[in-house]
Each structure stands twice: as structure tokens, then as C-alpha cells.
Design a protein around this ligand. Structure first.
Ligand SMILES: [Zn+2]
Length: 285
């Protein structure tokens, strides 16, 4: 998830964030673990669907051991975003910010994609077009085999010069200079290519996400509370354009009302079961 997206929780608290169901989610019969049972209208939709958009957030990476941001035990409970995830913070304390991102890069480099990433990648075997629109910056969707991924909030895997924009890989930059950000030929500093607070999202990525959301048949919202805009708008756009929305998230979200099916489980449990069920409906004539 991005750093901008990783929004300070304070002004974004929602009832479900603090509500009693948080630690003891109520399980309805339609929300039980595998196998997933699709309501008939979703089954029929899935059988004919050609285009699928999967919108993902930090919940997908949690089971790979990567910290989320806005959970009670998330990054922003320990670190202040204004010290780390703004252009001003970087220019004020470049070495501090650099080392924090280097630490996160090392965590990501050691992490492995989990069953949720794998199940999302397998959707490409089932549907003609699958676009993953992620708020995560860890690169795990691609490592799991997803071929078409829009990274709305940038990536930890690259850095770019804060002055001229020239780009290089984080791995080499971090190994070469673990104490402070390396300098570009132009004299500027290399900074992580994540979207920080106060920065706009990459416009091409955002435009593509919305375009695909508008014409998809199925939208899966996985491991995201949908609290960060404009990214979360893709759910609304898809729903308004007539797509069926399936939500996978342990807690209900501001978008739950738009979902035709909600699986209240961790992504690593629910997503493999859902992919299997979608594949099963496609095989049925
Ligand atoms: Zn430069």
C-alpha cells in the first residue's frame, strides 16, 4: 500500500474500525470458509464474464508477513506519516526516511507471495482479461504471476531523482548507499518511487484503473477497507457501470453495500476458494 494511501488513520476512523465486530467477526452462513458458494446471479454473471478487475489493498499482503498501515498494529500506529511519507519529510531528513524505506524494501524482498496472490494470478487462466489494480507497493502480485498490474501508489522496487525524475532500481541503490539516499548525476537525491501524502497518483495508472473498472463484468475488492481515495473510487465506478462486486475483507467496509457477495475472511483463505469456484462455474455449460 502506498504511503499516501496509508493515510493517517486519525481522521479516517470508521465504525468498523473500532467496532466490537473487529475482533470477533460475526460469521453468517454465506460467509463461511471454503468452499465458496456463489449466489445464482453471481454464478451466472461469472459464467459469462470476460473482464475482471481485482482491486487490492494491504490485507492481501498481510499473510506474507508485511505490516499493514492503518490497523491497530499497523505502521502508522508506530510511525508518524508526516515524518516519513511526505516530500517535505524527505528533504528535511533524507537519511532517516531513506533508512526506513530501505528497511521496508528488505522486508518486501524477503517476503513471499501468499495463497491470495497466487489465486488472483490464476484468474488469468479463467477470464479473458484480468487487471489487478493494487494500492500495495510491494510487487508481490507480479511475483505471484499476475501479468497486468496497475500500481496506483507506486512501488518500493524503484527510486527516482527528486529533481530530474530519472529512475533506477531500489535494490542497487540501497546496497550501494545504506546510510543516505544516493545522489543522481544532476545532484538531486534518489527517493522511493511510492506516492506520498500530498502527492498526486500516477495519472496514467489511475486513468487505466477507472477505464477498466467501467467496462468490467466482475470487480473483486480484496483486503482493502476502501478508505483511501481516489483509489477506492474504482469500486464505485464498477458498480455504477453494472459490474457485480465481490468483497473479500474480514470486516465490513464503506463499500460493503455495493457488494453482491461478501466473504468475511482473510484473503489467503477466501481468495483460493473463490478462484476455484469461479473456475468451476466456467466449466459448467
Ligand atoms: Zn537527477
Amino acid at each position: 500500500m502506498s504511503d499516501r494511501a496509508n493515510a493517517p488513520a486519525s481522521e479516517r476512523n470508521t465504525p468498523e474500525r473500532n467496532g466490537p465486530e473487529r475482533n470477533a467477526p460475526e460469521r453468517k452462513s454465506s460467509e463461511r470458509s471454503s468452499p465458496v458458494e456463489l449466489p445464482p446471479e453471481i454464478g451466472e454473471r461469472a459464467r459469462r464474464a470476460e473482464r475482471v478487475v481485482v482491486f487490492t489493498g494491504a490485507g492481501v499482503s498481510k499473510e506474507s508477513g508485511l505490516s499493514t498501515f492503518r490497523d491497530e498494529d499497523g505502521m502508522w500506529a508506530t510511525y508518524r506519516p508526516e515524518d516519513l511519507a511526505t516530500p517535505e519529510a524527505f528533504l528535511r531528513q533524507p537519511a532517516y526516511v531513506w533508512k526506513w524505506y530501505g528497511w521496508r524494501w528488505e522486508q518486501v524482498a524477503q517476503a513471499e507471495p501468499n495463497p491470495a496472490h497466487g489465486a488472483i494470478a490464476r484468474l488469468e487462466e479463467i477470464f479473458r482479461s484480468v487487471l489487478v489494480v493494487t494500492q500495495n507497493v510491494d510487487g508481490l502480485h507480479r511475483r505471484a504471476g499476475s501479468r497486468d498490474v496497475v500500481e496506483l501508489h507506486g512501488t518500493l522496487a524503484a527510486v527516482h531523482c527528486h529533481r530530474c525524475g530519472s529512475s533506477r532500481g531500489m535494490d542497487g541503490a540501497w546496497k550501494e548507499s545504506p546510510e543516505e539516499p544516493p545522489r543522481c548525476g544532476c545532484g538531486g537525491l534518489f527517493r522511493p518511487s511510492v506516492v506520498w501524502f500530498g502527492e498526486v497518483l500516477p495519472q496514467d495508472a489511475l486513468a487505466r484503473a477507472f477505464r477498466e473498472a467501467e467496462r468490467c463484468d466482475l470487480l473483486l475488492s480484496v483486503g482493502t477497507a476502501g478508505q483511501v481515495f481516489p483509489a477506492a473510487g474504482v469500486i464505485e465506478v464498477a458498480h455504477r457501470a453494472g459490474a457485480s462486486v465481490i468483497e473479500i475483507n474480514p470486516e465490513s467496509t464503506g463499500f460493503s453495500a455495493l457488494a453482491s457477495l461478501a466473504l468475511r475472511q482473510p484473503a489467503g483463505l477466501a481468495m483460493p476458494a473463490l478462484t476455484e469456484e469461479l473456475a468451476r462455474c466456467r466449466r459448467r455449460d
